[in-house]
Design a protein around this ligand. Structure first.
Ligand code: ATP
Ligand code: MG
Length: 397
């Protein structure tokens, strides 16, 4: 089939439901597909009915294009398609070649006539081609559970024929839901939370807190690796490295040990919020799950939320640790997340953290601190790192 032009045909599911926003969503998806496949041998990107086509320079490009497309959110499934002239007899002549090496007892033909000038409608093509394949192979037609699905798309440029689907993550194209600020530790949970929000169409900016030079840089290095990995879903990321050490020192001087963690958290959220607003992010994301550790009780969550002026979303709130670990393994962040590090949260951690923090107590403790200045100073000393993916890509618009 080397003589035929080949394409990747990308299909979405949810996008179809979005009514008036659909053209914009499809445009965003095409833009993302263009960036994701840069340097992988895609000649042209074109839009069809509820699908996007990527014309391949040659068939050799397919494995690389395939592995890139799998990571593009908004793609539900995709196919490798061959293009033939708009001629049914010509298609039939090539069918034995297409079916070589495939064993199936039942099949179905699914035709879509995008070019309404084609003289046969999709039902007629299904029946005509179905009878031909049945005669050729002896296989039965099964509309419900076919062993093999044969898709024929009638485009103005010609027929597209394709078979097995490759499943992708679905979701929404990154960018259509706006921006979020992910609080990214070097741990297992927060990268998974980031992934889930990107899957729902959010562009993530990342904020990592460190206590360097009170501890080493290992957690920062892990955050860099994680953002590098996660950027392949959104092509461009910013990672803000915010210093927490000075704040922690002030907290341990004035506050009871049991309240340290909840106070650290409130400072983290305040700093994240300032950075989020500056970068037009509309919500803060964490990797917390209900009851997982002492600081993640409903009481403590409420006390942390009370200092925030924007929503704090916790996509993993109902997930078990094993479920999160499974997801981290599938996403590819697990190996980095479990590397040993010196995280800022492990610094000056009390033996018995408060599990039911009381807001009045917290507010009284914060009165002794110059909260606004501490936040401003940390923001001032925050460093930004910029990431792009794939390496060849220009920064996304
Ligand atoms: P994770 O696996 O994401 O580190 P965790 O189970 O270790 O989560 P905590 O340490 O209580 O839980 O952290 C809860 C959430 O707070 C994290 O998921 C993350 O969103 C945020 N967080 C914790 N430490 C940091 C940090 N150093 N920098 C940025 N955010 C952090
Ligand atoms: Mg952690």
């Amino acid at each position: 089939m080397n003589d035929l032009k080949s394409h990747a045909i990308v299909k979405t599911h949810e996008l179809a439901l979005k009514g008036k926003n659909r053209p914009w969503f499809m445009r965003k998806l095409s833009d993302n597909l263009r960036t994701a496949t840069k340097g992988a041998g895609v000649e042209k990107i074109w839009k069809g009915q509820l699908m996007v086509g990527l014309t391949l320079a040659d068939e050799e490009c397919w494995p690389e294009v395939k592995s890139r497309l799998k990571e593009v959110f908004g793609v539900a499934k995709f196919y490798k398609a061959y293009e033939l002239p708009q001629d049914l007899d010509g298609l039939k002549a090539r069918i034995p070649e297409f079916l070589e090496g495939r064993s199936f007892k039942s099949f179905r033909i699914t035709t879509n006539r995008a070019d309404k000038r084609f003289p046969m409608n999709s039902g007629q093509v299904n029946r005509d081609l179905g009878a031909f394949v049945q005669q050729l192979t002896g296989a039965e037609v099964s509309l419900k559970y076919p062993d093999l699905s044969i898709y024929v798309d009638i485009q103005t440029s010609g027929f597209l024929i394709y078979f097995e689907e490759v499943r992708a993550h679905g979701g929404l194209p990154v960018g259509v839901s706006g921006k979020v600020a992910v609080m990214l530790s070097g741990g297992i949970d927060s990268p998974v939370a980031a992934w889930q929000m990107m899957k729902r169409g959010c562009q993530a900016m990342y904020v990592h807190f460190h206590s360097y030079p009170l501890v080493d840089r290992t957690s920062m290095e892990k955050a860099v690796d994680l953002v590098e990995h996660l950027t392949r879903h959104q092509y461009e990321s910013n990672l803000f490295m915010a210093p927490l050490g000075e704040i922690q020192k002030k907290i341990i001087l004035t506050c009871p040990p049991s309240y340290r963690i909840v106070l650290y958290r409130r400072f983290m959220v305040r700093i994240t919020e300032v950075l989020a607003r500056r970068n037009r992010a509309k919500a803060i994301i964490t990797g917390e799950s209900c009851g997982q550790v002492a600081s993640q009780t409903l009481e403590n969550i409420a006390v942390v939320d009370a200092c925030a002026g924007m929503p704090i979303l916790r996509p993993l709130i109902g997930a078990n640790k094993e479920e999160i670990v499974d997801m981290a393994q599938n996403i590819g962040t697990f190996e980095t997340s479990i590397l040993p590090d010196q995280d800022c949260c492990s610094l000056f951690v009390p033996k018995h953290p408060e599990t039911k923090a009381d807001l009045d107590t917290v507010l009284r403790l914060e009165e002794i601190l110059s909260v606004d200045e501490m936040v401003a100073e940390a923001v001032e000393n925050t460093e930004r790192r910029h990431f792009t993916s794939p390496e060849v890509a220009e920064p996304a618009r």
